[in-house]
Design a protein around this ligand. Structure first.
Ligand code: 1QQ
Length: 376
């Protein structure tokens, strides 16, 4: 009999991770509203990411609450793209507001700070844009529906190598941002595996505005393309400067490139920017068309990838809450989230793998005449 007991204990441990034992104490709360905390960037240099995330979440919340199967209340906290702010925001939502789960934070670096706190507290947390290597290794309560760079970057890099016959490239990345460093490492690995020569590797920091030293050096080496791992603000200024001094080659980016803000800031200089994304609004799909139309009606603009992934994330939460049969039991919600396999959202078919990472497809995009279009 000992073997059976051990077997069932192991099963229980695998199911609930670092949390406390299940307490089936949520009966009677079925009618209440599920409180979900959102930690996102609502101010500062990367606020366009968070603004889109909030808009996508609000649209999904209104629809879900109208459908009436589960009711959701969203409590927002601004992380400003800062690890300490993200931790403070999460602590408040977990301990003061008693949220059942968290969405966010926006940056992988913020997740590396807040994720362990949520995991330790037994609160499920789901990133919608956290694409760095190792995010879900934080623990059993950490999820993401963001396409990891380990899957996105090789697609963008390989497609560019093939399309532009790349033999030698230069690389730039934000060395003070965990996600940008991770994206850069994946770029480097992919380039090495593909036999492409890296002529130079230059770094910069978030909030930098002058990239002339790095770009002048890169220009002299005559690369076939430049690969950049950075957020839209810095990436847009890199593009502007590059075009200004006469670097006309393609610029292949990581997830930071996926904001339309890149194009807004860089203008014409953004043409030739390449990035992989699970979101492509021009796809011929009824679900996408309806989402784009509803989003346009509400916000007067086309949703970007960050809005789309957050919109899907709340539906994934709603579906998990429904299956969990509780609006307050954090562990049941975690276990229920982990079973999501057959979800279809605006970013396509979706399932969590055994490591709570998404299984989903990506499209390689290029900016042409100020618009993201498919790179074929
Ligand atoms: C990360 C990212 C950023 C581009 C999100 C805005 O992918 O930090 O993981």
């Amino acid at each position: 009999f000992t073997g059976m007991v051990i077997g069932s204990l192991l099963l229980t441990t695998a199911g609930c991770g670092g949390g406390t034992a299940s307490s089936a104490s949520s009966a009677g709360s079925q009618d209440s509203v599920a409180k979900i905390g959102v930690v996102t960037i609502l101010s500062g240099g990367s606020a366009a990411y968070g603004q889109s995330q909030k808009e996508g979440l609000e649209l999904a919340k209104d629809e879900i609450n109208t459908q009436g199967k589960v009711k959701i209340d969203l409590l927002y906290e601004d992380s400003r793209g800062d690890k300490t702010e993200a931790m403070n925001a999460g602590n408040k939502l977990i301990n003061k507001d008693n949220v059942v789960g968290l969405i966010g934070p926006t940056l992988s670096g913020e997740m590396f700070a807040l994720g362990p706190i949520a995991n330790q507290s037994g609160v499920p947390i789901m990133g919608t844009s956290t694409t760095a290597e190792g995010v879900t290794d934080i623990g059993e309560y950490v999820f993401r529906n963001a396409l990891p760079e380990s899957s996105a970057v090789p697609q963008a890099v390989k497609k560019s190598i093939e399309k532009y016959n790349l033999k030698k490239v230069a690389v730039m990345y934000a060395s003070n941002d965990d996600w940008a460093v991770s994206g850069y490492k994946t770029m480097e690995k992919t380039l090495k595996e593909s036999g492409v020569e890296i002529l130079a590797t230059e770094t910069f920091a978030t909030k930098d505005t002058d990239f002339s030293a790095q770009l002048t050096k890169i220009q002299a080496l005559k690369p076939d393309a430049v690969m950049v791992s950075g957020l839209y603000q810095e990436a847009a200024l890199v593009l502007k400067k590059a075009r200004e001094i006469g670097i006309t080659v393609p610029f292949v980016g990581t997830n930071g490139f996926n904001s339309p803000e890149l194009i807004k800031i860089a203008g014409k200089a953004a043409d030739g920017a390449v990035v992989a994304s699970p979101w492509y609004p021009a796809k011929d799909n009824e679900k996408i068309k309806k989402f784009v139309a509803d989003y346009k009606a509400k916000y007067n603009k086309v949703p970007d990838q960050f809005a789309a992934q957050s919109y899907d994330a709340l539906y994934i939460y709603a579906s998990a809450l429904e299956k969990a049969g509780s609006t307050t039991d954090r562990q049941k919600l975690r276990d229920s989230l982990a079973t999501i396999k057959d979800f279809e959202g605006v970013t396509g078919k979706f399932a969590f793998d055994e490591k709570r990472n998404p299984l989903m497809d990506a499209t390689v995009l290029i900016v042409k005449d100020g618009q993201f279009t498919e790179l074929k």
